[in-house]
Write a protein that binds this ligand. Structure first.
Ligand code: PBG
Length: 336
C-alpha cells in the first residue's frame, strides 16, 4: 500500500467511505443499536390532581393522576420498554418525609398501580429518595444545625425500601447519594424477605444544573444545593470509587447521571463494571432538545435518536429517558 511522507495510507486503496456508500452496508456495519427493551420511562404522579398537569419546563411531560399513570404504563408496556421509573409528589411534606413511608403515600400507591398495570411486561422501578417528601427539599433528614445527616437518612431509606417493596416495586432506585445506602437498603430488604427486589444505585450522580426542570416537575422545595452529597462535576476518577463501593455493597445495577455531559464517566464505568450499567438522560437534557426543536434549530427526531444512541455507544446497557415511549415507537418501525 502506498503511504504519504508521514506514513498515512494514501487514498485509493484505503477507503473507509466504502462502508458508508449505501444504506444496506451502513446497516450491516453499525456498531450499536437502540432497542425498546433498553429504554426506561420516568413518570411523575402528583397527589390530589383531577387531571394530568403539564410541566412547563418539560413540554410533553405531565404530572399524572393515578388514573393517567395507568394509561402511561400501558403505553410503555405496549411499546415494549424495559421499565418505568416512578416519582411522586405528595400533598404534604415534613422534616422526615413521612409520606415516603406511609403505605397510602402517593408514591407507594402509584407503585401498586404501576405494578398491576405492568404485570410481567415491565420492570417497575421506584425512586428511593426523600427530596420529594421533605419540607426542606433535601434528599435526607437534617441535623439540628441543618446538615444532611447521613446515617439517620439510611434508616429512613431502609424503611422506604420496605414500603416500596410492599407496594409492588420490582427494583428500587437509590438516588440520594448517601454513603452506605446500598448496604442499608439491601440488608433491610433481605431481612424482610424481599430478596428478589433489585437495587439500582445511582452510583455516580453529579450535582448538576441539568436537573433544573425536574425540580419543577416535583415542585421541589430546595433552597441551596446538594453539593455535600452529589458529586462534583469536575471528578472523573471519583466515579470509579463510588461504583466500586456500590457494587461491593450489593448493587444489582449502577447508574451514571446525567448522561450526555458525562459520557466519559459512563465509558469508564461501562469498561469496568461487573453489573449492568444504566444512564439517565435527565430533565435538562430533555428540555434542551425540546426547546431547540421547538425553535426550529435542530431536527427533533434525529436529535433524540442521536442522543440516546450516543449514550448506548458510550456503554450504557439501558437508558432512562423521557422520550422512551415515543422513541420506541420509531424503533419498532425499524425492527419490523
Ligand atoms: C432525586 C432525583 C433527582 C432527579 C432524579 N432523582 C433530582 C436531584 O437530584 O436534584 C433528577 C432527574 C432529572 O433531572 O430528570 N430524587
Amino acid at each position: 500500500m502506498s503511504t504519504d511522507p508521514i506514513g498515512v495510507p494514501t487514498p485509493g486503496r484505503v477507503r473507509p467511505r466504502r462502508l458508508r456508500a449505501t444504506p444496506a452496508v451502513r446497516r450491516l456495519v453499525r456498531e450499536v443499536d437502540v432497542h425498546p427493551r433498553q429504554l426506561v420511562l420516568p413518570v411523575f404522579v402528583r397527589e390530589g390532581l383531577d387531571e394530568p398537569r403539564a410541566i412547563a419546563s418539560m413540554p410533553g411531560v405531565v404530572q399524572h393522576t393515578l388514573d393517567s399513570l395507568r394509561g402511561a404504563v400501558a403505553q410503555a408496556a405496549a411499546a415494549r420498554l424495559g421499565g418505568v421509573m416512578v416519582f411522586a409528589v405528595p400533598r404534604v411534606r415534613d422534616a422526615v418525609g413521612s409520606q415516603a413511608t406511609a403505605p397510602e403515600g402517593i408514591l407507594n400507591r402509584a407503585l401498586t398501580v404501576a405494578a398491576q398495570e405492568a404485570g410481567d411486561a415491565l420492570v417497575v422501578q421506584a425512586d428511593l429518595c426523600l427530596d420529594e417528601f421533605t419540607d426542606h427539599g433535601h434528599c435526607g433528614v437534617l441535623t439540628p444545625d441543618g446538615r444532611v445527616d447521613n446515617d439517620a437518612t439510611l434508616v429512613r431509606y431502609a424503611e422506604m425500601a420496605l414500603a416500596q417493596a410492599a407496594a409492588g416495586a420490582h427494583l428500587v432506585g437509590l438516588s440520594g447519594m448517601m454513603d452506605g445506602q446500598v448496604a442499608a437498603v439491601r440488608d433491610a430488604l433481605d431481612a424482610a424477605g424481599y430478596d428478589e427486589v433489585a437495587v439500582l444505585a445511582y452510583a455516580a450522580k453529579y450535582a448538576s444544573a441539568f436537573y433544573g426542570p425536574f425540580r419543577d416537575a416535583v415542585e421541589s422545595q430546595l433552597v441551596g444545593d446538594r453539593r455535600t452529597y452529589q458529586m462534583d462535576p469536575a471528578n472523573r476518577r471519583e466515579a470509579a470509587r463510588e461504583v466500586a463501593i456500590d457494587i461491593a455493597e450489593g448493587a444489582d445495577v449502577v447508574m451514571v447521571k446525567p448522561a450526555m455531559a458525562y459520557l466519559d464517566v459512563l465509558a469508564d464505568v461501562a469498561a469496568t463494571s461487573s453489573v449492568p450499567v444504566a444512564a439517565y438522560a435527565v430533565s435538562g437534557e430533555y428540555a434542551m432538545i425540546e426547546a431547540a426543536a421547538a425553535a426550529g434549530w435542530i431536527e427533533r427526531e434525529r436529535a433524540i435518536r442521536e442522543s440516546v444512541l450516543s449514550i448506548r455507544r458510550a456503554g450504557a446497557d439501558h437508558v432512562l429517558t423521557y422520550h422512551a415511549t415515543e422513541l420506541a415507537g420509531w424503533l419498532a418501525e425499524e425492527y419490523r
